[in-house]
Design a protein around this ligand. Structure first.
Ligand code: 5AD
Ligand code: SF4
Length: 430
């Protein structure tokens, strides 16, 4: 989401005559787009600010802006804590960037952390920073109306709002014309996408289908789904359109219904199991990935074991796994005690990671001997002799370059796998 936001920021500034550079030592303006989701995300930003302090000390006319979620959370406090920062700009204030930069250049520290009920940056054509020219993010909504007890997102990104479907379709169309072959539609909770205009209502399944209909050779992904809202209607739409990728990211967070209730997730372990079963029966061969938090407030060994058993049962293809990190201002910070000692959190997280690694490995081994349609994204990271792409299920596949170009589809038969990658060779071009 921050990559997509940075692309909006670059677009706004390019319109003002700025040029984007990858080389920080060349920059006259440095904007750091920030995340607040866990404390270590913020610590990393503080480290980054320290490491660029010398640029500002060498040339005081260089402007430094802290933008995004951490700016929104800390507001003016950033200026007291981080002296090299000239601007503090929240995620809904990017249209005001030119005037905020002008203010900072005139010697006044500039702050705009107003959240908006309407801003979706529709009409701003993001300048793509992903270098492959094949895959791209498209933001379809902003903010979040769920109140998961641990989560800072509703506070730093504001209320949920959906973007006009026509502007989404125009953006995707434009990407297709420019040669992109895969889009990922982004929202904190895409299942609650809703646009109403003159009595017409568009929900997520309809939007997804309209995007998929732009061209059958355009792959469509989306993230993130919420288990409480994932509908059979959506699953049926995916199964109907082969260019909607066979992968659903469905964060479970915990396998214990008691913890899920404390987390305010609004579903139980049993409900989650029913949703996974629905995915498996409506979309055979669909990959499922998840997010898991270890050591939430009051989590017992029994709760933790329920998380492990759910991971085992679900057989996730992939997972993002975290230790619980208390975020100031959230319901959990206000009402519950962060009472799981650090070493227990670490041990539980390690148990979760090692189980998931085993299961991810198993899922890759099951792909050996099978043939997958792969969209080529470029050379493999390791060697220019190999190409790399992903299957519809979002697994990375590496195979020898036989002259095919990025953006093309090929059939690859998988011969072996490492812990992160499938390795194979091209069967035939499509
Ligand atoms: N501590 C740890 N993990 C968190 N996440 C969100 N808030 C926290 C927190 N306070 C995780 C959730 C979410 C993912 C984006 O980040 O698993 O799905
Ligand atoms: Fe945070 Fe919950 Fe919203 Fe996801 S759905 S962004 S975890 S509040």
């Amino acid at each position: 989401m921050n990559v997509a936001d940075s692309e909006v920021v670059v677009s706004i500034l390019t319109g003002q005559g700025y040029e984007h550079t990858d080389d920080i030592t060349e920059a006259r303006l440095i904007l750091i787009n920030t995340c607040s989701i866990r404390e270590n995300a913020e610590q990393r930003i503080r480290g980054r600010l320290k490491s660029i302090g010398h640029l500002k000390r060498k040339d005081n006319s260089i402007m430094i802006g802290l933008i995004g979620c951490m700016a929104e959370r800390l507001k003016e406090k950033v200026l007291e804590q981080e002296h090299i920062v000239d601007m503090v700009i929240g995620p809904d204030a990017y249209r005001a960037l030119p005037s905020l930069i002008a203010e900072a250049e005139s010697g006044h520290k500039a702050v705009n952390v107003l959240l908006s009920r309407e801003e979706t940056y529709a009409g701003i054509s993001p300048v793509r920073m992903d270098k492959n020219g094949v895959t791209s993010f498209v933001s379809i909504m902003r903010g979040c109306n769920n109140m998961c007890a641990y989560c800072v997102v509703p506070y730093v990104r504001g209320a949920e709002r959906s973007r006009d479907p026509e502007s989404v379709l125009n953006e995707v169309n434009d990407l297709w014309v420019k040669g992109y072959r895969e889009v990922t539609l982004l929202g904190q909770n895409v299942d609650s996408y809703r646009w109403e205009h003159e009595g017409n209502r568009t929900g997520f399944p309809e939007l997804l289908e309209r995007v998929a209909l732009i061209n059958p050779r355009l792959r469509v992904r989306f993230s993130t789904s919420h288990p409480k809202d994932l509908s059979d209607e959506l699953l049926k739409t995916i199964s109907k359109r082969t260019n909607i990728c066979r992968h659903i990211h469905l964060p479970v967070q915990s396998g214990s219904s008691r913890i899920l209730k404390l987390m305010n997730r609004e579903y139980t372990r049993e409900w989650y199991i029913v949703r996974i079963n629905a995915i498996r029966s409506i979309i055979p061969g669909c990959a499922v990935s998840t997010d898991i938090i270890a050591g939430f407030c009051s989590e017992t060994e029994e709760d933790h074991n329920e998380t492990l058993s759910l991971i085992e049962w679900a057989g996730f293809d992939f997972a993002y796994m975290f230790k619980y990190s208390e975020r100031p201002g959230t319901k959990a910070a206000r009402r519950y005690k962060d009472d799981i000692p650090e070493e227990i959190k670490t041990r539980r997280l390690n148990e979760i990671i090692s189980l998931q690694n085993k299961i991810s490995g198993r899922s890759k081994k099951m792909d050996v001997g099978r043939v997958f349609e792969v969209l080529i994204e470029g050379y493999s990271k390791r060697s220019k002799d190999n190409l790399s792409g992903r299957t519809s299920q979002n697994k990375v596949v590496v195979f020898p370059d036989d002259g095919h170009k990025k953006g093309e589809y090929v059939n690859v038969s998988v011969e072996r796998c490492t812990s992160a990658t499938l390795i194979g060779k091209i069967n035939q071009s499509l």
